[in-house]
Each structure stands twice: as C-alpha cells, then as structure tokens.
Design a protein around this ligand. Structure first.
Ligand code: FE2
Length: 303
C-alpha cells in the first residue's frame, strides 16, 4: 500500500512539473504579446445627446512608425481600424520617432544591441509614408489628430504639420470642432503637446461650449489633465506613456500620485481620462504586460 501511495505522489509531481514547464513559456509569450488588441470601453454620460447614443469612436496613439513599426504594419493597422466601422477616428500623436536615452542601462542596450540590428533611420523619412497610409482611415463623422512630442522633435515639425494637412485629417492642435448628427452635436477639441513647449490653449474647445454639452479633449500628454480647471470637459484622451512598455512599472515607482495618469480609465471628480498604452515602441522593441491597443469607445446616453 505504501509503495502505491509513493508512486501516486511521484506521478502527481511529474504532472505538476510538466505543467509548470509548459506554462512558463506560454505565460511569457502572453506577457510579451505584441499583437494589437481592441480595448472596448463604454462612456455613459447624461450630456451625450440621444442621437450620439451608440456612436463608436476609435482612438489610437503612439504608432512610432520607423525601425520597430513598418509602413506595412501601419497599412494593416489602418485596415484593422476601418474594419471596426467607427463613426469617428481620433489619433493621439507620436506617429514617428524614437527616444535616445543619454545615459544609463537603456543607452547601453540601445548602442550595443539595437543600433547594430535595426540601425538608426531618420524619423523624417517616415512622416509622409505614415500619413499616406493614415489618410485611408474612414469614418463618416471625421478623422481627427493631435501631434505628439516626437512629431515636433527630430526636425519633423513642419513636415508633420504639412503631411497631416495634406492627408485630409483634421488637426486638433489648439483647435476644436462641433460634430453634428441629426439636430444634435458634441464638441471635440485638442491641445498641442506639453513636451514640445508650444502654447497650449483650451479656448477653442470650451469657449462656445456649455457645461451641458458633451465635450472631448485630446492631449497627447496625459499630464495636461492636472491643469484642467473647467468642468466643461467630460472626457480626455491621451497616450504618450506607452504604459512604460512595462506594465508593472508603477510597482517600482515611489512618488504618490505619480501614476494617476499612467494607463486606462481614470475618474477625476468632473472628468474621465483614458490613457492608452499605444501601438508602437521607443528605445527597445519590447512590451511586457503592456500590450499595444486600439481603443474602441462607445458613447451611451445616461438614461
Ligand atoms: Fe510615444
């Protein structure tokens, strides 16, 4: 009897180790997955007019077309977005460009591993090819975009503005539009990027809007939420952080509140902020617990 019990124990141990050995790579692959997922969220608000109940907005950001995200991948991204049949499409900035750390471990990794494999192509060479694909985005109520810090850096500012304008996508940099459906309308506005050190103004977004209007603000950098004093903005959309390309990063940070606008839906007293993990990468072509995402927002009128 004793021998049988010991045999059973051994069999159980072998099965357990077999499962662990199988699960470790499966878990690692899942954690490091770079396939773009659709993140579906619903925004319910009494200010949403009933004509806009069910309106679908696609928001994506931080493509960083270049050495880690090819023009061919942008083409597939555009097809994927169009296949969701959105009513409105919003782009959150950083369409090209990479970040060059000046010191530390990331600089060593970049110089020893990344540059020999991927080289260091000029960000400017990807601006026009990116917008040549982005102009194929289709949405009956319009396609809108802000520029991100990288679209101003790398000597890209003029070319980015020119390419955005030629693509037929409406600029939201310190601009705003009323989006009309039937007899109703909502307001969509944006600000330029904080890190690009441009003057930012909310005036076009809020000047002719009332508190009872449903108003969306797009700011590439989510830290702009800290500066919003008005209660006229209902929803703010941002990117920039890439969820640090490492989704567990908040666990290693020290300052309280530093991670308030890090990722996902943040509820402030008078404002909802959604910060997306973005699409592409900078420095390293790695994402761990920070999968790339297309955000699909469905507006719901609060009954
Ligand atoms: Fe970015």
């Amino acid at each position: 009897m004793k021998k049988t019990s010991s045999n059973n124990k051994t069999v159980r141990r072998v099965i357990l180790w077999f499962l662990i050995i199988l699960l470790i790579p499966a878990f690692s692959i899942k954690a490091c997955s770079k396939s773009i997922r659709i993140k579906e969220i619903e925004i319910t608000d009494p200010d949403i007019p009933k004509e806009f109940d069910g309106v679908k907005i696609i928001f994506f950001s931080d493509v960083h077309c270049g050495k880690f995200f090819s023009v061919e991948q942008v083409r597939k991204l555009v097809d994927k977005v169009n296949s969701r049949n959105p009513d409105i499409i919003i782009l959150g900035g950083d369409y090209v460009g990479d970040y060059h750390p000046r010191r530390g471990f990331r600089r060593v990794l970049r110089e020893v591993i990344i540059l020999p494999i991927y080289g260091d192509p000029d960000a400017k060479d990807f601006v026009k090819p990116f917008f040549d694909e982005a102009k194929k985005l289709k949405a009956p109520l319009g396609v809108y975009a802000v520029l991100g810090n990288h679209d101003y850096w790398h000597d890209c500012e003029e070319l980015s503005k020119e390419s955005l304008s030629e693509s037929g996508i409406k600029s939201l940099d310190n601009k705003a539009y009323w989006i009309k459906k039937g007899d109703s309308q909502i307001k969509l506005g944006g600000v330029t990027d904080t890190w690009a050190k441009k003057d930012q103004t909310l005036d076009p977004t809020i000047n002719d809007a009332e508190t009872g209007d449903f108003t969306i603000l797009v700011s590439h950098n989510p830290s702009f939420a800290e500066r919003i004093q008005t209660d006229k903005i209902d929803l703010m959309l941002s990117g920039h952080n890439h969820r640090a390309q490492f989704g567990l990063e908040p666990l290693f940070r020290k300052k309280e509140n530093q991670d308030r606008y890090f990722y996902g839906l943040v509820e402030d007293p008078n404002l909802l902020v959604y910060i997306t993990s973005g699409i592409g990468e900078v420095v390293l072509p790695i994402r761990i617990f920070a999968p790339p995402e297309i955000v699909e927002i469905t507006l719901r009128k609060e009954k």
